[in-house]
Design a protein around this ligand. Structure first.
Ligand code: ADP
Ligand code: ADP
Length: 226
């Protein structure tokens, strides 16, 4: 089944901003880059996919589920890394990721094990008992990734995961995302306003602009036209 399927999807905020105007797109499994300039509607699409927002028109399905009606099922099968800081600075990283695993329904012992394992996957195993507030920006981004990954989702939605990182950190984060997609067999939708930066790790790209589909293509066909 497609990761995300939308038909004439519309989202108009209360302030009359139309973030998604009329979006019809089918996003197939893989590592998918969702690209567009700031304000194009990428975050809005991700929030609709998670059931955090409701469409004002049209429809959206995620893993063939309705994100609003089947919100619990969607959140059990999808991991989300928000763009902005969502981390409690005074918590120990291992405790926070365990807590997020518990929220996703894992029993206590399993949540602890999965948290350690996931922090190892993102390269924070040695530092897992430190306070998040003492982490560098790159480490904080990796904790955000770990909390999205801890319940072993089928699909990861990553909103600008390289935000705030220096060039080396950006490369390392994208390499990590690529490894998660290929080695763990998890599908990834990664938002970015920098096509040039993410295309190397993607199997396909979906470009949106002003809340509409600009182009959707596998990377081979897209590089041929560029
Ligand atoms: P992107 O993620 O591509 O930068 P967004 O989905 O965040 O785009 O935003 C799309 C448009 O919707 C922008 O014009 C933004 O200012 C507006 N927007 C986003 N969130 C809200 C909100 N909660 N209320 C009102 N307008 C919003
Ligand atoms: P994001 O793209 O991750 O939503 P933003 O920086 O665009 O991040 O927005 C930060 C917060 O403010 C989000 O909750 C977003 O929904 C909200 N927001 C964004 N644009 C507007 C806007 N024009 N009016 C009101 N709220 C907005």
């Amino acid at each position: 089944v497609p990761l995300i399927e939308t038909r004439a999807l519309q989202k108009r905020y209360d302030n009359a901003v139309t973030a998604l105007a009329d979006l019809t797109v089918t996003i197939e499994p893989g590592v998918v880059g969702l690209v567009g300039v700031n304000g194009a509607g990428k975050s809005t699409l991700i929030k609709l996919a998670l059931g955090l927002l409701e469409p004002t028109g049209g429809s959206i399905r995620v893993l063939d589920l309705d994100p609003v009606r089947d919100a619990e099922k969607v959140r059990a099968r999808v991991g989300y890394m928000p763009e902005h800081d969502c981390l409690p600075p005074d918590m120990i990283a291992a405790e926070f990721v365990t807590h997020m695993a518990r929220i996703s329904g894992l029993p206590a012992a399993m949540a602890r094990d999965r948290a350690s394992e996931t922090l190892r996957h993102v390269g924070l195993y040695e530092e897992r008992y430190r306070r998040i507030g003492g982490y560098s920006t790159g480490m904080k981004q990796r904790v955000k990734l770990a909390q999205a990954l801890v319940h072993d989702p089928e699909l990861l939605l990553l909103d600008e995961p390289t935000n705030g990182l220096d060039p080396a950190g950006r490369r390392a984060m994208l390499d990590l995302v690529h490894r998660i997609g290929t080695e763990f067999g998890i599908s990834v939708v990664v938002c970015s306003h920098l096509l040039g930066e993410i295309e190397r790790i993607c199997t396909s790209l979906v470009a949106i602009d002003a809340g509409r589909l600009l182009r959707s293509a596998t990377l081979d066909s897209m590089t041929q036209v560029r």
